[in-house]
Ligand binder design. Structure first.
Ligand SMILES: Nc1nc2c(c(=O)[nH]1)N[C@H]1C(S)=C(S)[C@@H](COP(=O)(O)OP(=O)(O)OC[C@H]3O[C@@H](n4cnc5c(=O)[nH]c(N)nc54)[C@H](O)[C@@H]3O)O[C@H]1N2
Ligand SMILES: Nc1nc2c(c(=O)[nH]1)N[C@H]1C(S)=C(S)[C@@H](COP(=O)(O)OP(=O)(O)OC[C@H]3O[C@@H](n4cnc5c(=O)[nH]c(N)nc54)[C@H](O)[C@@H]3O)O[C@H]1N2
Ligand code: SF4
Ligand SMILES: [Mo]
Length: 739
């Protein structure tokens, strides 16, 4: 099917990928260019837009957009390039990849991607990798939702999505949606509140959500798992749980109760720093609400007790009978109208021998093939497909193990690194190791829309298209049901193209043409929509989105997709893998005289998504420089005043930023922002200042900082110290110094 050439001023609806929540917006075009991206004309959707979305034209038409393939001519990282044709780039990449694979084996290729901003990959990356024979796929979703999906599956077979709008009680573990951060979730919380929902916020800081919450528990960073035990203690001892559900649909309740007894309220109060009475009151509020949900939160994705904290949230949902009910945590499943990426990824093609080589799966298997394949037959029984790659996070290698293999060639060499729509250098822990790993590659390919520090380290940089320039149907990564149309409004500039095209064209050069028969994105969309009996054109002419009517308590017919068919309060999968099958709380590395503060990453900045957009003036003007938050008492003790420049140091590294003193901070805590580099320093500072203020420099990934089961790092509450600087760091622009 040919793609209809977009014409000006027709209403096109595109799914914004500036952040990962995916609002559908409306495009206005002029002379074949994107003029504006504006709010939806459907009143129900019109509020789902933030000022990053409305800045889309500034991003998509930015003068620094990459438009031609680039080949490195200087030393790696020197940022010197020649423009070459797309055909030449793809030919050379294929040739060099073949060489690496011949010399070191297929597992020597690793891929890092975000997956959501490039949209049209359609799991072609996994399909390619599985055909080639490499299991080494890593992604930022190992720190955000992907890993939670994998761990949730162990407890009850799927990853539920909170039905916030219809809920009577919403529990936010740190999670802080607001007007310009995950706007649709913010709107849902407000809608529920207007209907009388209670909101409980657990956050060391007085966050935006905490300010207006019914209850706010200011816990110490990194202690969420302990807090969940406090709640379970109250819920079990006061018999507030759903006895029928527990009796009929769970296994391991008695063992869980024993474990919960290890965490009496006084102990939990001591660990978390929250008053025992408030813990009890909040637990009662949650457990006695008519319906209650615990929306997924990235905060517990990034802690030393992450696997336990995620499991404990799942257990709370189950014990209170809030699973798969209106206003609770709802199980989606695969959309019957759309072939899932899990299927297109062709995971059955990769041999057991190659799967066993997945980096990190020996020590930390939770989200790797090793653990997740133990669920395959159960997933197939309940959901119809053996592989459920929810949020693309269920069959990943471990990023730290992958960068270590790239750097040290142990346990085997990784020598080709492909990075698509991901600023990998800044987006995982231990940035120094990532750099070392990238410097030791024979081939690096980046697919990007801007020249990022990561792309600067590549041999080839391919220019990506953006969401206003391609057709797509978003399916919420199988997390919740619903298909959202995203239409191409304008043509991509020069030689910019999609990641679909990239994998297709590489596959054809590597001898896998028969596995990649779709010529265009639209062919792929027609294929994916085939169960609906519609083509992409028909589908998008008829709908701008299609929401499958929800069904509740489906487990009554199907059971749960776990080995026991029940909710596993005690996890058979974790037990079989040699881990504690029951959740527990583990203390992170302690603060000391040398490193007296609990440092946490996050509090996303309204103006940017993650490491992006620092070069986009309308957004950068809103947040010109990186800021560390400190409590006034801590600042005073250190002799620091607002806007002082400081160094924040940990055992792993140090970063420089300005201080913002805030009453809302919790004493003894420091917030470090994520993703800072300085596009304006390109050509002057090494890798455009990628090591000056990036949190990844600070975040350790030594074993004592890693969650056991997943091997994800402790980003919430690692020890650090502050050193005041007498003058700003060299080379900062006027805007940074002033703002
Ligand atoms: N150290 C550290 N690491 C983290 C986090 C942290 O707090 N600290 N947070 C984690 C979290 S929560 C998440 S969600 C992940 C996010 O990880 P990612 O979603 O991968 O985000 P970024 O690393 O900022 O990389 C996105 C890159 O994609 C490019 N891009 C945008 N649109 C397109 C497109 O259409 N096509 C192409 N080809 N490229 C595009 C942008 O220019 C940008 O450089 O990172 C995780 N990593
Ligand atoms: N504008 C904008 N919006 C975004 C993003 C963006 O980059 N920019 N990124 C999107 C993405 S990918 C994500 S993952 C989300 C993240 O967004 P949120 O889920 O809102 O998380 P954060 O903003 O990182 O931090 C939220 C809160 O966690 C608290 N906190 C810190 N440590 C702990 C702890 O140990 N326990 C608890 N309970 N709370 C703690 C902090 O004080 C902070 O108030 O934002 C999304 N929305
Ligand atoms: S919240 Fe903003 S950046 Fe995120 S998808 Fe919606 S409009 Fe785009
Ligand atoms: Mo995230």
């Amino acid at each position: 099917m040919a793609s209809a050439k977009p014409t000006d001023n027709k209403n096109t609806y595109s799914v914004c990928t500036i952040c990962d929540i995916g609002c559908q917006l409306r495009a206005e075009t002029e002379d074949g260019k994107l003029k504006r991206m504006i709010a939806h004309d459907n009143p129900a959707l019109a509020r789902n837009v933030c000022y990053k979305g409305t800045a889309a034209a500034h991003i998509h038409n930015h003068v620094d957009r990459l438009t031609r393939p680039l080949k490195r001519v200087g030393e790696r990282g020197e940022d010197k390039w020649e423009e070459i044709s797309y055909e030449q780039a793809m030919d050379e990449i294929a040739e060099r990849l073949k060489k690496v694979v011949d010399q070191y084996g297929p597992e020597s290729m690793a891929v890092s991607t975000s997956g959501w901003n490039t949209q049209t990959t359609h799991s072609m990356d996994r399909r390619f990798m599985n055909a080639l024979g490499t299991p080494n796929y890593i992604s930022g979703v190992s720190l955000c939702a992907g890993n939670t999906a994998a761990v949730n599956k162990m407890t009850y077979g799927w990853f539920p999505f909170a039905d916030i709008s219809n809920s009577q009680c919403i529990v936010l573990f740190g999670h802080n949606p607001r007007k310009h951060s995950w706007t649709p979730i913010f709107n849902m919380i407000n809608a529920a509140r207007a209907n009388g929902a209670k909101v409980i916020v657990l956050d060391p800081r007085v966050s935006d959500q905490a300010e207006v919450a019914d209850l706010h528990l200011s816990l110490r960073s990194g202690t969420d798992a302990a807090m969940c035990f406090g709640w379970l203690n109250v819920i079990i001892n006061e018999k507030l749980y759903d006895k029928d559900f527990v009796a009929e649909y769970t296994v391991g309740f008695d063992e869980l109760c024993e474990r919960v007894n290890d965490y009496p309220l006084e102990r939990v109060a001591e660990i978390t720093g929250v008053d025992a009475e408030l813990i009890a009151e909040s637990a009662r509020m949650y457990a006695t609400a008519e319906s209650a949900c615990i929306p997924w939160t990235p905060i517990t994705d990034m802690q030393i007790s992450s696997t336990s904290a995620i499991r404990l949230q799942s257990i709370l949902r189950a014990l209170t009978g809030n699973i798969d009910i209106p206003g609770g945590d709802v199980f989606g499943g695969f959309d019957p109208n759309y072939i899932p990426e899990s299927k297109l990824g062709n995971h059955e093609m990769l041999s057991a021998e190659q799967k066993a080589k997945q980096l990190g799966s020996d020590a930390h298997p939770a989200y790797t093939y090793r653990a997740q394949e133990m669920l395959s037959e159960h997933t197939e029984r309940v959901y119809g497909y053996a592989y459920a790659d929810i949020v693309m996070g269920c069959y990943m290698a471990n990023p730290s193990a992958t960068f270590r293999a790239m750097a040290t060639e142990k346990p085997y060499p990784v020598k080709a690194f492909f990075v698509l729509g991901n600023n990998a250098l800044l987006s995982y822990p231990n940035q120094h190791q990532i750099l070392k790993g990238m410097m030791n590659q024979d081939l690096i390919v980046a697919h990007e829309i801007f020249m990022t520090p990561t792309a600067m380290l590549a041999d080839y940089v391919l220019p990506g298209d953006v969401f206003s320039e391609r057709n797509h149907i978003a399916d919420n990564w199988n997390w919740k049901l619903g298909l959202t149309v995203s239409q191409k409004a304008v043509e991509p500039p020069a030689e910019a193209s999609s990641t679909f095209q990239f994998w297709h064209d590489l596959a054809h050069r590597m001898g896998f043409a028969d596995l990649f028969p779709w010529q265009t994105i639209e062919d792929m969309l027609d294929h994916r929509l085939s169960p609906s009996g519609k083509t992409f054109e028909q589908f998008s002419n008829e709908n701008y989105m299609y929401i499958q009517p929800p069904e509740y308590r489906k487990y009554r017919q199907t059971g749960f997709a776990t080995p026991s068919g029940k909710v596993e309060l005690k996890s058979s999968v974790l037990g079989e893998l040699g881990f504690d099958p029951l959740p527990y709380y583990r203390e992170g590395p302690a603060v000391s005289e040398d490193y007296p503060y609990y440092v946490f990453t996050g509090v996303r900045e309204d103006a940017f998504f993650q490491t992006g957009q620092r070069q986009v003036k309308v957004l950068r003007d809103r947040m010109p420089s990186p800021k560390l938050f400190m409590h006034p008492v801590d600042a005073e003790r250190q002799g620091i005043i607002d806007h002082d420049w400081v160094k924040l140091q940990t055992e792993t590294g140090e970063v420089t930023a300005k201080v913002l003193i805030q009453d809302s901070m919790k004493q003894g805590h420091i917030r470090v922002p994520h993703g800072w580099w300085y596009p304006e320093m390109r050509g002057e500072a090494k890798l455009a200042g990628a090591f000056i203020s990036s949190d990844a420099v600070l975040c350790p990934d030594a074993p004592e900082y890693l969650d056991y089961e997943q091997g994800i790092p402790h980003f919430k509450g690692f020890p650090g110290r502050i050193v005041k600087l007498n003058e700003p760091p060299a080379g900062m622009s006027e805007q940074v110094l002033a703002g």
